[in-house]
Each structure stands twice: as C-alpha cells, then as structure tokens.
Design a protein around this ligand. Structure first.
Ligand code: HEC
Ligand code: HEC
Ligand code: HEC
Ligand code: HEC
Ligand code: HEC
Length: 468
C-alpha cells in the first residue's frame, strides 16, 4: 500500500502526468472489457474491432506518453536551471518501491500494447476493414467481391499475400491511403490496373494451381431478346482452358505454363499492346509488333510487364457487369418475371439512364416501369404490382452493384479482360494484327480459344443432346 501511495504521489506532482494516468487507466479498463467480450465471442460490428484495437490503444499510448512529460515539467519546476541529471539512489526505500511499481505497471502496459497491436493487424486485414471502414471509396470493389466466386476470400489474400516484405509494404502504402482518404486526395474512380499488385504467383497461386489440367469447359450464356416476349437465347461455347497435361501444355492456360514466358510492352492502361515477346521452353524468342510499333520512337514506348493470371483475370473478384448482363441474369434467376411484356428492353433503358444517387435510381426505375405499363399495358400495371415491385428491386440491385456516382464509377469504367465482348480483352493481342518478323500473327481464329457450339439459339440442339 505504501509503495503505491508513493508512486501515485509522484504522478500527482504535475497535472499532465495526472491526466496521463487517468487517460491510460480509463483506456486500459475499456480495452480489457472489450477484449474480454471479444474473447467471449461477442464480436459485434466491425467498428467495435477498430475501436478496441486501434482507437483505444492509441489513446492508451498517448496517456502513457503524457506521464513522463508531466514528470519532466515537475522536475524542471522543482530544480534550478542547469541542475544535473537526477540521482537514482536505490538505498532509499521510496526509490526502490517506486521502481518496483514502475516495473510492474510497465510490464502490464507492454502486454496491453502487444495484444492490441497483434489484434490491430488482424482487424486491418479483415474484409470489413478494407471494404467498409473507407465507406464509399472501396464500395465498388467490396460490393462486387460479395457477389462473386471469391466472396469468402479476404482482400489481403490477393492484395498482400503471405510473408513479411509485402506486409510491411502494404502497411506503408495503407497508411498513406488512410491519410489520402481523410484529406480527400484520392482519385475517383480509383485507377486500374494496379501497378504495384503483388505477382499472382505469390497470391492467386497460393490457392490455385496453374499446372492443373482443366481441359475443355462447357460454358452456356443465356440472353434475352428485346421483343415483347423477351425471347430466351442460348450461346454454347466449349472453352479450351487446357493447362498442362504430362509435359505439354495447351489451350488458354498455356500462357501460364512456367516453361513459357510471355512479356508485353503496353501503355499504362494495358489496353494498347505494342509488342509481345515469347520465350519458349528451349529459350527461343519470338516477338510480335502492333502495326508500326517497331519503328522509331514507338519501338521503345510504354512499359514492359510479365504476363500472369491477372492479365486475363483482371476482375477475378471485382467483376462488374454490363447492363445487358445484369438484366439477363435477373431474368434467368426469375427475379424479374419473364412474362412481363418488353421487360428486357425497358429494364435496360432504365438501368442505363443516369441518376444522381441511389435514391434517385430506386425511385426513377420504379416510376419508369410503372409509367411504361400504365401507358401500354394497363392490365399489367393494375394486376401485377408485386411483379413490378420485384422487377424494380432487381433492376435497382443491378444498377447499384455497378454504378457508384460518388466514386465516378459507372457502366464500363473497369474493363474485363476475359473474352472480347465488354472490352477488347484477349483481342488486345489476338487481333491478327500483331505480326512477327517472319510474318506470323497472333491468331484471332475463333477455334483457337473455344468451339462455338451454338450461337444465340432458342433451343440449341447441343444442349438437348447433352441433357435429353
Ligand atoms: C481474388 C483476388 C482479390 C480479392 C479477394 C480482392 N481483390 Fe482487389 N483486385 C484484385 C485484382 C486482380 C485487381 C486488379 C488488377 C489489375 O487489373 O491491375 C484488383 C483491384 C482492386 C482495386 C483497384 C480498382 C479496380 O477495381 O481495379 C481496388 C481499390 C481493390 N482491388 C480493392 C479491394 C478490396 C477493398 C477488397 C476486399 C473487399 C479486394 N480488393 C479483394 C484482386 C482481388
Ligand atoms: C484464398 C484462396 C484464393 C485466392 C488467394 C484466390 N482464389 Fe480464386 N478461387 C478461390 C475459391 C475458393 C474459388 C471458388 C471455387 C468454386 O466456387 O468452385 C475461386 C474461384 C476462382 C475462379 C473461377 C471463378 C468463376 O467465376 O468461375 C477464378 C477464375 C479464380 N478463382 C482466379 C483467381 C485469381 C486470378 C486470383 C488472384 C488474383 C485468385 N483466384 C486468388 C480461392 C482463391
Ligand atoms: C490467357 C489468359 C489467361 C491466363 C493468363 C490465365 N487464365 Fe485462367 N482462365 C482463362 C479463361 C478464358 C478461362 C475460362 C473462363 C470461362 O470459362 O469463362 C479461365 C478459367 C480459369 C479458372 C476456372 C477453371 C475451371 O475449373 O472452370 C480458374 C480457377 C483460373 N482460370 C485460374 C487461373 C490462374 C490461377 C491463373 C494464373 C496462374 C490463370 N487462370 C491464368 C484465361 C486465363
Ligand atoms: C499479352 C498478349 C496476349 C494476351 C492478352 C492473350 N494472349 Fe493468347 N497468346 C499470346 C501469344 C503470343 C500466343 C502464342 C501465339 C503463337 O505462337 O502463334 C498465344 C496463344 C494462345 C493460345 C494457343 C495456345 C496453344 O495451345 O498453343 C490460346 C488458346 C490463347 N492464346 C488464348 C487466349 C485467351 C483466351 C486470351 C484472353 C483471355 C488470351 N489468349 C490473351 C498472347 C496473348
Ligand atoms: C484469343 C481467344 C479468343 C478468340 C480468338 C475468340 N474468342 Fe470468343 N471468347 C473468348 C473467351 C475467353 C470468351 C468467354 C468470355 C467469358 O468467359 O465470358 C469468348 C466468348 C465468346 C462468345 C460469347 C460471348 C457472350 O458472352 O455472349 C462469342 C459469341 C464468341 N466468343 C465469338 C467469337 C468469334 C465469332 C470469334 C472469331 C472471330 C472468337 N470468339 C474468337 C476468347 C476468344
């Protein structure tokens, strides 16, 4: 008891150290309560984690720092100017006692700060922190991620990956991002491609095995026509995904066979590819140039990049869709009733229109559908309010998953490089224009990448054959 009394007597010598003690104690109590709740399994909102492991510990440390500052001030006041350093005399009992209390409290503080730092890193690595703490900034990526195949993969598994080097790098750039978000310095939309993305070998390949032979894969695309009946049409493709089988690789995943190395030279957006260089298994090199890209200044324009997964799968998680894809998906899923006359055509018009914000979009879409049916199909407007509500909700879902006015993101802002429908994609290289010195081009032959088994047919025979 005596020991504590003398220690606190010391702390009370200056208002700063007194305040510091109060702040630190309060923060420690709050921290311990939240930490116990967390251990007990009550995780609550993601912000509770941010509060517990980032905000409260910061206050705790700030309080700790105030204590020595106050003590110094107190000493300055007590001692005449030019006094020598304090003499710590362990022969005095009061000094020994203070020292003991100091050691015990410091150990406790170190434990609190260590637990908090460890948990802070964990919190910062959650999808909730990346996707929600920055609200509107990451809303497009977060929204798209939640709808896709990688919904349960966290942001850091692709953006940081394992190991200490990228961890430190990402925390440094992350700190800058926090500053730029708070000072409103970040660009809208956030630019793509990400030039500092970690190579896919160290992220995607932690889970996916490029050598795995996938072979041919059947892909069925369902679309609807813009007629009164919203006629369904199916395209059936046999994708030559390929991979490595035995010693040889073939098909689309031939590009990521470690035996082949493909580099390309392009503009910053990677949309315009000037030159492609292939180093084959035996070290032989072949180069293809876009028309004129091997002449004069153009021969060295742009930057080189080694091709990996992300050059095709650039939207593995942040997959934005076209308005057509959104309406077709909703029709196929039954979220929009297929027997609403002209609903495909009208729905498309409504989600393509410009709206100032989500509220305006929700209201505009609903009002648009209502007025169309009221004018042309009064019996639908009167008798099928529930279907119209459902259709309006599905259309709004499509709009709000792709259009983010506060981030200047709209339809087509982020091109998808798989295929060649939404953006040039594969055809950035496979355009029959990139030519080698020997006159060979990178082929656009439709059969290179897929067999087109049916194209926009109502009742493709191939599907009846496969599933009679
Ligand atoms: C499955 C892997 C994966 C996951 C999970 C992932 N990302 Fe990405 N992210 C990528 C790739 C790949 C790119 C684009 C690469 C390119 O073209 O340069 C990207 C790009 C981005 C961009 C740049 C803008 C854009 O859309 O191109 C932002 C911002 C971003 N991601 C944020 C996030 C956030 C926030 C999360 C978690 C909510 C997340 N990412 C989860 C792979 C992923
Ligand atoms: C933490 C593990 C993990 C990481 C890292 C990861 N993926 Fe995946 N990926 C998955 C899982 C799980 C699935 C879903 C498989 C399924 O649904 O059958 C998947 C599915 C996919 C698919 C098929 C998706 C579809 O729409 O059909 C592609 C393509 C893909 N990943 C590419 C990538 C790329 C490119 C990267 C790196 C940018 C990456 N993945 C990183 C785990 C991961
Ligand atoms: C040259 C472009 C290209 C590259 C490079 C590429 N992929 Fe793919 N990948 C594709 C295409 C195209 C498909 C088929 C997509 C479809 O069916 O819609 C595909 C399919 C896949 C699938 C789904 C396969 C399945 O079982 O259905 C996964 C997973 C995948 N890729 C992962 C990867 C990973 C990991 C890498 C890097 C090691 C990679 N891809 C590199 C173009 C590419
Ligand atoms: C950066 C340039 C580039 C891009 C982008 C690209 N490719 Fe290629 N691809 C090549 C080159 C170079 C070859 C080899 C051409 C040759 O030797 O004739 C090739 C060959 C192929 C082959 C034949 C492989 C074999 O079996 O020998 C397929 C299939 C293919 N690409 C599919 C795709 C698909 C699908 C995409 C888009 C998802 C794509 N490529 C995007 C450069 C590219
Ligand atoms: C370099 C590879 C490549 C070449 C060459 C190519 N395609 Fe494709 N194509 C793709 C890929 C990859 C997809 C699948 C995109 C996806 O997964 O959504 C695709 C999808 C398609 C689709 C379905 C699109 C949809 O969503 O409705 C059609 C139709 C198509 N291709 C036609 C053609 C025709 C016609 C040619 C010849 C002029 C051709 N393709 C040449 C890679 C290629």
């Amino acid at each position: 008891m005596l020991k504590l009394k003398s220690f606190f007597g010391l702390l009370m010598r200056h208002p700063l150290s007194l305040a510091g003690t109060a702040i630190t104690t309060a923060a420690a109590i709050i921290f311990l309560v939240f930490f116990s709740l967390d251990l007990a399994g009550l995780h609550g909102h993601p912000y509770v984690g941010i509060l517990t492991y980032l905000v409260v510990p910061a206050i705790f440390v700030a309080g700790l720092l105030l204590i020595p500052i106050g003590l110094r001030q107190a000493r300055k006041r007590a001692a005449p100017a030019g006094a020598e350093l304090p003499v710590i005399d362990f022969n005095r009992e009061v000094v020994r006692n203070r020292f003991l209390v100091f050691v015990v409290l410091t150990t406790l503080n170190v434990v609190i700060v260590a637990v908090a730092s460890y948990k802070a890193v964990e919190v910062m690595d959650t999808t909730a922190f990346c996707g929600e703490a920055c609200h509107s900034v990451m809303a497009p990526e977060h929204t798209a991620l939640k709808r896709g195949a990688h919904a349960s993969v966290s942001c850091v598994e692709c953006h940081i990956g394992p190991g200490a080097g990228w961890f430190v790098k990402s925390k440094l750039s992350g700190s800058w991002q926090v500053v730029s978000v708070n000072l409103d310095l970040y660009p809208r939309p956030i630019p793509t491609p990400v030039h500092s993305l970690r190579p896919a070998r160290e992220t995607c390949e932690q889970c996916h095995w490029p050598q795995k032979f996938v072979g041919d894969r059947l892909k069925v695309v369902t679309k609807y026509a813009e007629d009164e009946a919203n006629t369904e049409k199916k395209t059936v493709l046999l994708m030559r995904v390929g991979g490595i089988e035995g010693r040889v690789s073939k098909g689309i995943h031939w590009h990521v066979d470690p035996a082949n190395r493909i580099r390309y030279r392009s503009d910053e957006s990677r949309e315009e590819i000037h030159e492609v260089e292939l180093t084959g298994p035996g070290g032989e090199v072949e180069r293809w140039f876009a028309p004129g890209a091997d002449e004069g200044e153009k021969a060295s324009a742009g930057t080189w990049r080694q091709m990996d997964c992300v050059d095709c799968h650039n939207r593995p998680s942040h997959t934005f869709h076209s308005p057509e894809q959104e309406v077709d998906r909703a029709l196929q899923a039954g979220a929009i009733a297929r027997d609403l006359p002209f609903v495909r055509r009208e729905g498309l018009k409504l989600i393509r229109a410009e709206y100032a914000d989500a509220g305006a979009a929700r209201a505009g879409i609903r009002a648009g559908l209502e007025s169309f049916y009221a004018a042309g199909y009064p019996e639908v407007a009167r008798g099928r309010a529930a279907d119209l509500d459902a259709a309006a909700a599905a259309l709004f879902e499509g709009w709000s998953s792709n259009v983010f006015p506060q981030m200047s993101v709209t339809w087509g802002t982020y091109p998808n490089h798989i295929g060649h429908e939404q953006a040039p994609g594969c055809w950035r290289c496979h355009d029959d224009q990139h030519t080698s010195k020997s006159g060979r081009t990178i082929s656009q032959d439709c059969e290179t990448c897929h067999s087109l088994l049916a194209e926009e047919e109502q009742d493709p025979e191939i599907l009846r054959t496969l599933s009679p």
